[in-house]
Ligand binder design. Sequence first.
Ligand code: GLY
Ligand code: MN
Ligand code: MN
Length: 473
Amino acid sequence: MFDKEVYAGRRSRLKKEVKAGVALFLANPEASFNYPANTYFYRQDSHFSYFFGIHQPGLAGWIDFDTGEELLFGDDVTLEDIIWMGTQSSIADQAAQIGVETSLPYAELEKKIKKTIAQGRTIHFLPPYRGKVMIELGMLLDIPAHQVRAGSSIELIKAVVKLKEIKDSLEISEIEKAVDIAYLMHTTAMKMAKPGMIEQEIAGTIEGISLALGGPVSFPIILSMDGQTLHNHSHHQTLKEGRMMVVDAGAELPSLYSSDITRTTPVGGKFNQRQKEIYEIVLKANMDSIAAIKPGYEYREMHLLAARVIIEGLKEIGLMKGNTDDALAANAHTLFMPHGLGHMMGMDVHDMEGLGEDYVGYDEHTKRATEFGNEYLRLGKKLKPGFVLTNEPGIYFIPALIDQFRSEGKFTNFVNYDKVETYKDFGGIRIEDDVLVTDSGYRVLGKPIPKTVADVEKTAAEPREWLKKEGFI
Ligand code: GLY
Ligand code: MN
Ligand code: MN
């Protein structure tokens, strides 16, 4: 937990953004196995954590924009709770730690809500993403659970995005710590990428690094020789020489700030010519589009820059053809990179995405594309200093997509389908970094994780003495 001034400051900035009414933030509840005392790992809601800092269930935070009143609702633990879960600070003490003067039993919340509604005042809340929270909000606000999301406050969403999209130095330092854990996760994966290893052995090892040094992984690990499946969560294959292993993985800290990094390693640690050619194109797309990051420019422009690098690179090796501008205008690159260049990052790996991607990545000046591929760009709007975003270009050979586009006669002026057919066993390559937008440009966050061909090969060949070598023990 940060100092109470951090949370008080965030709440007071929120008060400047919302004109009237009350904001209600519910803590995430526990989620259990088949009996309540056997719970999954507890994960607080990021917005609750941002404004109220306490990572436990059964709480509600209240910010009154008319009177300035701040309340924390929650119940002190009972003797039975202490027997099973241990002692805990009182709710009043916890409220004091986050700079909230008044705490009330949870049962008071319903009364407070009824009174506020009777006064004709608005209760703003963010769109819930967990069923239990939908039900709870529905009961408290007297709305059918399935209509709760539709009743969420656009004014509050926009205010929260405005605050949270700008990361301060405390937050940036947390994200950098998470990237440093990802450094160990990814360099370890590179060293383990040997023929005969099962993907699961590597995925489990690097998940353990995250758990040992920070917290759980920031999203389910993507680790596969079939990197052409963009979010591949199956890890049962045995690694084979000649294939590439895509690893998209990050760590989450106890503060909930996270990292989201992708590296791609040839199985066996040495690139063959075909792998090197594709890899160098993705690396150039990553590095050139990072170098172009600057406040005042739309991230959509960086997405298109990366797409241009991919078209030009693929033309050089004979997989694409024709005029680059025309290919870009026709979106022919989407056969090879059918996703966006990146997204906002913070406490959630896709920061605030639950509020609605368009509220986070777009605004009144920048609208989301509607065509296949580019529509998946999660962040398109103008960059501001303090944004933390991902840069994650890739090239993939997706047999079903190649077949589909070919059968439709799509992009025949720009794609050499006969040659592309010979890459259907290639898989994919993605390279992803976490980047801060600074006043004058950008900074790639955290300890640099090997990404040139030479550095990946060197790292893969080194022994696994990482804990000692990296100063962790
Ligand atoms: N980890 C999923 C992504 O890179 O967006
Ligand atoms: Mn990722
Ligand atoms: Mn990402």
